[in-house]
Design a protein around this ligand. Structure first.
Ligand SMILES: Nc1ncnc2c1ncn2[C@@H]1O[C@H](COP(=O)(O)OP(=O)(O)OP(=O)(O)O)[C@@H](O)[C@H]1O
Length: 275
């Protein structure tokens, strides 16, 4: 039985040269993504290529409407590229798959299921037995600090608890790639910082591949091993660099005391300003 606490091999450190056999978790090649037809046709992504190696934590920044969610939806298999190709874990993309977990800004928990049942959902879909489901869901809920809330229904939870439950549901399904679309965007500053620390510690434990969208440069500098900015309309990848501040900080507040923090922050804010 797989465990949510298994420790996976370490991802290459930032800046480390990857060998030719480094596994590509995500491979996007020359993709165009267009919405609508006729007069309403709108190209959102143009000739976009992106490789993400196994175990990277990629944070995506970009102005509102720049195409971040569209790119995430493409990776999740909710949208299909008009041209070009998407490969997830070496297989053709284009459809949702259990190895790819998604967490949105608003935790879309099943309102009629308890927190525990929500956490068990992916396992149930996979055909896991009752005992396995219960054990893995309990472990996932413990990881996000919700052991005592398993019996509650989503409407009884605070916003932060809902996001924790959504993260637990994703973790319990043990995805190899986790896609997160502004998961903390609607939370207060303190809850947000707790959850940022939680996500970072989960990544450090398991080194799954993360693709994480945010508007918050501090969040990007705290979480990402690599930061990407989408610019232009249709969007392209304007900047794509390793994050030199990755590692070594245990909260966003501590990160702000780093001697290079102000320079890095300014750098990314300027990149965001390019349309
Ligand atoms: N289903 C859709 N049909 C038509 N246009 C869409 C659809 N979804 C998104 N768009 C358009 O595509 C563009 C990119 O939207 P997208 O949500 O990907 O941007 P974003 O960078 O995630 O924005 P935000 O930061 O505000 O969430 C926007 O102009 C949006 O209006």
């Amino acid at each position: 039985m797989s465990s949510v606490l298994d420790i996976a091999p370490l991802a290459p450190a930032v800046g480390e040269v990857r060998g030719p056999r480094a596994a590509a978790a995500v491979s996007v090649r020359n993709v165009d993504l267009t919405y609508g037809r006729g007069d309403k046709r709108k190209k959102v992504l143009a000739d976009l290529s992106l490789d993400i190696a196994d175990g990277e934590f990629v944070v995506v920044l970009g102005a509102s409407g720049s195409g971040k969610t569209s790119l995430l939806r493409l990776l999740a298999g909710y949208e299909c590229a008009e041209t070009g190709s998407v490969e997830m874990l070496g297989a053709a993309g284009g459809k949702p798959r259990p190895e790819v977990g998604v967490v949105f800004q608003h935790a879309n928990l099943f309102p009629w299921l308890t927190v525990r049942r929500n956490a068990e959902f992916g396992l149930r879909m996979r055909g896991a037995g009752k005992r396995e489901r219960e054990e893995i869901a309990a472990e996932a809920l413990a990881q996000v600090g919700l052991s005592d809330a398993g019996h509650q229904l989503p409407y009884q939870l605070s916003g932060g608890m809902k996001q924790r439950a959504a993260i637990a549901r994703t973790l319990a399904a043990d995805p190899k790639i986790v896609l997160m679309d502004e998961p903390f965007g609607a939370l207060d500053a303190i809850t947000r910082e707790h959850l940022q620390t939680l996500v970072k510690s989960l990544w450090l434990q398991k080194r799954r591949t993360f693709f994480f969208i945010t508007h918050d440069v501090d969040e990007a500098l705290y979480l990402g091993t690599r930061i990407i900015v989408l610019n232009g309309a249709p969007a392209r990848i304007g900047t794509d660099k390793p994050n030199p501040l990755s590692g070594g900080t245990d909260s966003v507040s501590k990160l702000r005391q780093h001697p290079d923090y102000a320079t890095e922050r300014e750098y990314w804010l300027r990149r965001l300003d390019r349309h």
